[in-house]
Design a protein around this ligand. Structure first.
Ligand SMILES: *Cc1c(COP(=O)(O)O)cnc(C)c1O
Length: 405
């Protein structure tokens, strides 16, 4: 009798290296199972998930309500294309609009597609409603933004790695400094279709803008008849302790882009939600996606909306977020230069002389906590909102061991 050894971590990674493009640099952990706030690798080691798929897993791995909704829908119908109606679509759109206090939903799949869709809608609205001369509409965006990876979106990225060699770029964007209201005031005008902004910049290192910035943007947009587009793909759906990060400032956007957690960590689901008189500019044939708003996506999205409608996850994020920021704050001056963020979301700036972000992430993995650096010197901490207080403490203890001095 012969026994065949199960493939090891190194063998799985070698497959990725040989057969996949090298467009990511993952930590050397090969996950095979996930449940709640925990994942298990192919060697049986358990890790606390302190990243949540960049906030795609706000409800943890395989939340039972979400899995049940998916399984139920798998037994009925999964795809129709938008050539036909199906019985999940209108309900998903209504429930998501009611949850977010908006009037209309444009259903897509990935976050980048939602942002692309919002850009197209804003441009058409500028020409047809605001009266901007054809082909001259501008969208104001912020430096250090992250809105996705398409050629148009990287056209207004300020990250060289994301942009270099991918031109020629799409014109029609003006980049201004994030958090600087005067810069927007100088750039906004009769040709401005929209201001597109992350209410908290995730990839940039969980950067919270100065108080009054978001309300100031709202006022400038009103003054100049420009749309305020909030990219809440990472900041939205409970992450910051509110349904939407803008809610914290009592500011409403004209359009929101949603994604990541909208698919419950099960399927890609994204959407642009907002004003009827803006999204209503789209007519048949002008925009679409074969998979956008498919029955499986809508069934899972509806279950996500039900979880968020209770307010329980927002409350957990607020309460546990206070604990997280309190405990991380104790490390400032002792290996940590600064802690930014809101709710269960933190950018931990490693003090000069400490490990690089990558080294810190690897050391944390060694202690059983999965976290990922963003930029060179920032750890992004974003545990699932189902995490318990004890689990949160475990993760923070590990961070203290790796960074603390
Ligand atoms: C992740 C992200 C996107 C892009 O979403 P994908 O699903 O990766 O295309 C866009 N905007 C923000 C703020 C994001 O965090």
């Amino acid at each position: 009798m012969t026994t065949v050894a199960a493939p090891t971590t190194g063998q799985f990674i070698a497959l990725d290296e040989q057969w996949s493009t090298h467009n990511y640099h993952p930590l050397p952990v090969v996950i095979s199972h996930g449940e709640g706030a925990w994942v298990t690798d192919v060697e049986g080691r358990r890790y606390l998930d302190f990243l949540s798929g960049y906030s795609s897993l706000n409800f943890g791995h395989r939340h039972p309500d979400l899995v049940a909704a998916a399984v139920e829908q798998l037994g009925r119908v999964t795809l129709t294309s938008r050539a036909f109606h199906h019985d999940q679509f209108g309900l998903f759109c209504r429930e998501l609009a009611e949850l977010t206090g908006t009037e209309m939903v444009l259903a897509m799949n990935s976050g980048a597609e939602a942002v692309e869709s919002a850009i197209k809608v804003a441009r058409k609205w500028a020409y047809r409603v605001k009266g901007v001369p054809e082909g001259t509409a501008e969208i104001i965006v912020a430096g250090s933004n992250f809105h996705g990876r398409t050629t148009t979106i990287v056209s207004f990225s300020t990250d060289d790695t994301a942009r270099a060699d991918f031109g020629p770029f799409t014109p029609g964007f003006r980049v201004v400094k994030y958090g600087d209201l005067d810069a927007v005031r100088d750039a906004i005008g009769p040709r401005t279709a929209a201001v597109l902004i992350e209410p908290i910049q995730g990839e940039a290192g969980v950067v919270v803008p100065p108080a009054g910035y978001l309300a100031g943007l709202r006022a400038l947009c009103d003054e100049h008849q420009a749309l305020f587009i909030a990219d809440e793909i990472q900041s939205g759906l409970g992450r910051t302790g509110d349904l939407l990060a803008l809610d914290h400032d009592d500011v409403r956007a004209d359009l929101y882009t949603l994604g990541k957690a909208l698919g419950g960590g099960i399927v890609p689901v994204s959407a642009v939600v907002g004003r009827r008189d803006v999204l209503g500019v789209l007519k048949p044939g002008e925009h679409g996606s074969t998979f956008g708003g498919n029955p499986l996506a809508c069934a899972v999205g509806r279950a996500v909306v039900r979880l968020l409608a209770t307010g329980e996850f927002q409350q957990r994020s607020r309460e546990l977020g206070e604990r997280l920021h309190g405990r991380l704050g104790e490390l400032v001056g002792r290996g940590v230069a600064e802690v930014r963020g809101r709710g269960l979301w933190a950018g931990v700036e490693i003090a000069p002389g400490g490990p690089r972000g990558r080294e810190a992430s690897e050391a944390l993995a060694g202690l059983g906590v999965l976290c990922k650096e963003t930029q060179d010197t920032t750890l992004r901490v974003a545990p699932p909102l189902v995490i318990t207080e004890d689990e949160l403490d475990q993760g923070v203890d590990a961070i203290a061991r790796v960074l603390g001095r």
